[in-house]
Ligand binder design. Sequence first.
Ligand SMILES: Nc1nc2c(ncn2[C@@H]2O[C@H](COP(=O)(O)OP(=O)(O)OP(=O)(O)O)[C@@H](O)[C@H]2O)c(=O)[nH]1
Ligand SMILES: [Mg+2]
Length: 534
Amino acid sequence: MKPSHLKSLTRLYGRRYTEPGGYSLEQAKEITGLSLLLGRQIGLLINRQGRPEMVIVGDRDRIVIPELGRQRQTSGRLRGLRLLHTHLGAGGLSNEDLMDLVFLRLDSIAVLTVFPGGEPHLFQWAHLLPSNRSKNPYLISDMLPWDKNRTDFSAQIEALESELSRHSELLSASGKEKALLVSVAPHSQKKQAESLRELKDLLLTAGLVPAETLVQRVNAINPKHILGKGKLAELEVLALQSGASTLVYDCELTPAQMRNLAAITERKILDRTQVILDIFAQHATSREGKLQVELAQLDYTLPRLVGKNRALSRLAGGIGGRGPGETKLEMDRRRIQARRTRVHKELSKIRKQRKATRGRRSKAGLPIVALVGYTNAGKSTLLNTLTNSTIYTADKLFATLDPTNRRLRLAEGTEVILTDTVGFINYLPEYLRQAFMATLEELEAADILVQVADASHQEVENQCRAVLQILQDMQLHEIPRILALNKWDKTEPTTQLRLGNIFPEAIPISAIQVRTLEPLIRAIHRKLRVRSLS
Ligand SMILES: Nc1nc2c(ncn2[C@@H]2O[C@H](COP(=O)(O)OP(=O)(O)OP(=O)(O)O)[C@@H](O)[C@H]2O)c(=O)[nH]1
Ligand SMILES: [Mg+2]
């Protein structure tokens, strides 16, 4: 580029674009003239005061907008910058222009086409729409003669921002982060909906507010970006319109997918695994529990730490960026490795002690009855009611992470150890399964499993199936088992009838009403006697 061209470009910075229509006639001519001279597109990113914050020189057919930084991300919904750029051909806004509008959250995007002689020719603008009533997420103007354009961009952006804030507050009423749920799956609609419902519960437990949902059924998942570019744009607009700062994918993203998505959107990206890890991190109380969660988080983080990782660095703090121990996700690889080794060592030590305790307990000769089941089924409540204890229960997923043991007297002369454990869930992340295997090893020593199911949950059958599958995976399916259909007080007679048919052996109980538990106690007693006879 010649020095004189550079000078002309630099001069553009000194201008203010505040005329009606967004430019004066001289300014328009200056830009198109320079564009023709260079044989390249020229773009100006103009702030709301009318000053160009960036002058970009593209090539003949396209312009690449560099990363704009995230300073405005929370202050306003839109970027606070509009792009005015030239096209050397006669065409108006391209698809690529509209993608920039969406992904960079520009206030608006406008194109000025250049006559072969370097004069301005036609003008066209587009901006995003504040609500998703219409089919298109943006409003695109007609192609106007360049000197007939009278668009008042200041008024336009003011109206747009106020519309947007009317439609969506960035934070929910409770001041919590809003999240947009994304489900892309090749399996059945029913399964997809079920999983999404559960993800919603997980988000609520983690402390996020589910705002909107985008569901896409596909034959095969796009390996690079999960979704096609068009769908990603739709997602971005939906997030903008609903004020969601976080996108949560109902799957586990590979490290590469995470990076690719982070390169496209500026919003925080989470996957199902991270949400569960976060809940575990929030709920872990014991030293062992905390270490186990930390180990799982480190294992999740390590492969996702290649180079400068924008995806993870934007997690620092808040959901997904919380560690129970010293983990800060912005730690570098070497330190994570070192930390992992330390955590591992400490866990082995704790486990040795636990083994010793277990040994002592089995020497005491008391049979072990373990409560297992889907998370939130009421295991801890049942333990409390049976043993008059006060361990933590809550209408949250994964309220319990640490196993608890209590003595329970079944009848004159018969005592057992009752064990409460961490709940199960469908698609339990592998990291957590491994980390919590040791805790669940307690189950191997159990003489009887009491499988607690939430009979009032619409997915009770699926949850029972999932629990069975996990028990099988853990080689625990041969331990004698009693199925307790809990929360019977909350079920309708039709449900009771249906469940009675499906699970004829099951015992209906209500863990909050001690008088309903007698049949369960008798059943445990009976099973133990059968077991000691055999
Ligand atoms: N109505 C009703 N609510 C119940 C019953 N049993 C438990 N709950 C409620 O269900 C919620 C979950 O109970 P928890 O005992 O924490 O469940 P959990 O199986 O230990 O759950 P995790 O530890 O998260 O795996 C709590 O809000 C309980 O008060 C019941 O029989 N009837
Ligand atoms: Mg519990």
